[in-house]
Structures are given as C-alpha cells and as structure tokens.
Design a protein around this ligand. Structure first.
Ligand SMILES: [Zn+2]
Length: 425
C-alpha cells in the first residue's frame, strides 16, 4: 500500500472511531479533516454541583468535536478538530462538582484533546456548540450528570462495540488492499539511504517519568532524540525521521504506524525510566528492550505496563489489533523482525557499555506496544533512571547526551554493515 494510503487509512479509522462515539450522542454528526484556519480555545469554565456539572470551552469560532467516557479511572475525553489552545495558565488544576480537574494538549494529527477527570461515573447529558450571540463568542457546552457504575459500564460497552465493529470493517479493507508484507530482511537493500525512525517517548498531555527536581522524561528524551537524529544525518547514510517533532502527544499505535508507513529499516524508541521507593537511589544505567509476549522478568513486565499506560493517560482507547493485517502474514514477518531487533539490541548494548553506565542485565524483553510493528526491527532504550540522582545528572548533561547519541549511531552503523555483508545486493 502506498504511504499516503496508509496515512489516509489511519485517519479514516480515527475518524470512524470518533464518528462512532459521536453517533451515540448526536446521530448524523460528521468529523471533518483539518482545515488551515484554526479556531482558538481561549478559556474554559466549570459550573454546577456534585449531581450535575457543566464544562464550557470558549472558542473563537465553531469546531467539530467528539466526546466519550472512559472508566477506571472515570474520565470524559473531548476531542476538538481544527483548534489551537490558548488557555490562561493553570486552567484545569481546580475542579468543581463532578470534575476534579482536567488536562489538555495536542493529539496529532487531528487536533486537541481535553480530558476531564471525574470523581464519579457520569453521563454526557448534552454536548453542543452554542453559536456566537449578543457579542459572546461560540462555546462548546458539555453537561454531565452523575450516574451509577452499572449504567456507565453498560453504555461504555455499547459504544465500544460500535467502535470495534467500525475498526474491524476498516481492518478487513486494509487486509484486502495489502496482500503481502514486505520482508524486513530483503526489502530496500537497493534504496540509497536506510530509513531510521526515532521515537521520543511520551509528550504533550503525558510527561512520562519525572525527576525529583522536576525534569520531565518527555523533554530529556526529545532533546536526546534530536541529537541522535543530527548525528545519524551527518553520516550521509540515513534518512531519519522523528515520530514527534514537538511537545505533542502521539498515540503509541500511531508511532508504530509511522515506522511502517515510512518503510523504516529500524525503529528506536527513546525513554527514561523511574522506580519508586527505597531502591530508587541504587538502580541506575541504561537498558535496551525488545518485544516479547513473555516478559524477561517482573521489572520488565511492570515497565512495559507503565509505558503502555501512556495511551490511557492521554485518553486513547483504540481497539488493540483491529486494524492489523491478517495474523498469519504478521507471524511470518515477525520472526525475522524479532531476530533483527535482538541483533540490533546486542550491538547497541556493547556500543553503549563503553560510553555510559549500562545495567547488569542490559537486554530485556516485554510486551511494549510501541515495538509491535511486525515488519520493522524495533528496540526501546531506557537511557537511565529519572529516580536516580547520578543518572539525572548524566541525563541533564549535553556532553553525555552527545556521547551516548554517538554510541547509538555507531551501533546503527555496525548493524547495517553486518546486514550488507550478509546480503550484499
Ligand atoms: Zn517512558
């Protein structure tokens, strides 16, 4: 499938999911693609009490939106298309009535997401755009009422069924249009430059791990990733792309899709870990992870669960495998991809160990969602621990970042040299 088609397919799926959730509340509503002239969200307001609460977003002009609820914890997710956020500082910290607070940020590619944290199961009683009137700008008005868990879950199930059915329908279309997966081992050897996708972890609504001093994982890994990109580009041998180029939230699934769409030869996800409690001072150093359904140990499993939570934090709830191409094809491609990923992880570790602290058991595996491309060799590197003062010092140092980016780039070079030697044409 052509790259543009894949992108279109993804967009369509997102749109379908949004429309499916919209249809529960407002039949006939349609999600439109992004337009150039964005509306600006200037303010938000909360009103009401613990039985019924109103959330208002003041806009510069009308927009399309979608809304849905999530459980455990209870949240209301509002997606707005074609909007820029320009809210007064500190908005969302204070709650009222059913809403205990709210978060917001960009979610690529379709706009802005506002997540209301609610302190009880709620029902979206009404949600509509009020047009400009009497000198007042247009507003999105959402009315929430308290409900019980049973009816909340029942409504959720009904909505999820509709969304999954829509995504499955789209998945079948994708399978028909894409009869085979390219083999990661054989394709592109004739392409002039290898394609590397670097994935700076978290972003926007989800800051990732935090150090005691307030350093955010999303910023550390972004700065490291751009350094690594520059390093790789300088060699003249690679085309390098980042999954995010700003502080915005990108769902894990979309990060995987970027790698696949670009026909990446290698996908490197960059993170920084953190562990709570008394151990925090003792555990330091880098770890490299590959994908496995059976985690190599409990720590790896817990970490994967934590990294996978990113989508929950940002209110993403895509059905896990609905848009995948048939499983048999994936299985075939996956075995080769897995071997390549492990091979790269080992090269990466030996390159890193000369340059920085690496954990004793440096390579581990677990079910990281972001490593799930069946045809792109993928690894996830945890640069160090935000919970360890010595690691934080290293992570903050631009000289360290540069040295470690160099080590990663060396490993990339070694990986492709090995592959070219084995597979000369
Ligand atoms: Zn992370």
């Amino acid at each position: 499938m052509k790259p543009q088609n894949r992108q279109a397919t993804w967009r369509w799926t997102v749109a379908a999911i949004c429309i499916a959730s919209l249809a529960q509340v407002w039949p006939g509503a349609v999600w439109s693609p992004a337009r150039a002239a964005d509306s600006v969200a200037r303010d938000t307001r909360l009103g009401g009490d613990a039985r019924s609460t109103r959330f208002v977003t003041v806009l510069s002009k009308k927009v399309k939106f979608a809304i849905r609820t999530l459980a455990d914890p209870y949240r209301v997710v509002i997606d707005l298309s074609d909007v820029k956020l320009n809210l007064p500082a500190g908005r969302g910290k204070k709650g009222k009535g059913l809403v205990s607070g709210y978060r917001y940020g960009r979610v690529e590619p379709y706009g802005v997401r506002i997540i209301l944290d609610v302190n009880a199961p709620v029902r979206v009683e009404k949600a509509s755009i009020w047009p400009a009137r009497d000198g007042k700008p247009p507003r999105l008005v959402v009315e929430l009422t308290r409900t019980d868990r049973k009816s909340f879950i029942a409504r959720q199930r009904k909505n999820a069924k509709t969304r999954i059915a829509a995504a499955r329908k789209e998945g079948r279309k994708t399978a028909r249009a894409s009869p085979s997966l390219p083999s990661p081992g054989r394709r592109k050897s004739r392409r002039a430059k290898r394609v590397i996708v670097i994935d700076p972890g978290h972003g926007g609504i989800d800051p990732g791990a935090l150090s005691k001093s307030g350093l955010k994982e999303k910023n550390v890994v972004f700065s490291f990733s751009t350094m690594l990109r520059d390093h790789l580009i300088k060699t003249g041998r690679y085309e390098v792309l980042l999954t995010r180029t700003s502080d915005s939230y990108i769902p894990l699934r979309q990060r995987v899709d970027i790698g696949r769409r670009k026909g990446a030869d290698l996908f490197i996800s960059v993170h920084a870990d953190s562990i709570p409690g008394r151990q925090a001072g003792d555990v330091a150093g880098a770890t490299v992870y590959t994908l496995s359904e059976d985690a190599s140990d409990e720590e790896a499993m817990a970490l994967a669960a934590k990294e996978n939570r990113s989508d929950i934090i940002a209110g993403v709830e895509l059905p896990a495998e609905a848009n995948d191409i048939t499983n048999i094809l994936i299985d075939l491609a996956q075995r080769e991809t897995k071997n390549l990923s492990v091979g790269f992880a080992d090269l990466l570790l030996s390159s890193l160990s000369g340059k920085t602290k690496v954990r004793k058991k440096g390579r581990k595996s677990a079910g990281f969602r972001v490593l799930k491309a069946p045809d792109v060799p993928s690894v996830l590197i945890e640069l160090g621990y935000m919970s360890n003062p010595a690691d934080v010092k290293r992570l903050r140092s631009s000289a360290w970042r540069k040295k470690v980016a160099g080590a990663v780039a060396d490993a990339v070079g070694a990986y492709f040299a090995k592959r070219t030697a084995r597979n000369p044409n």
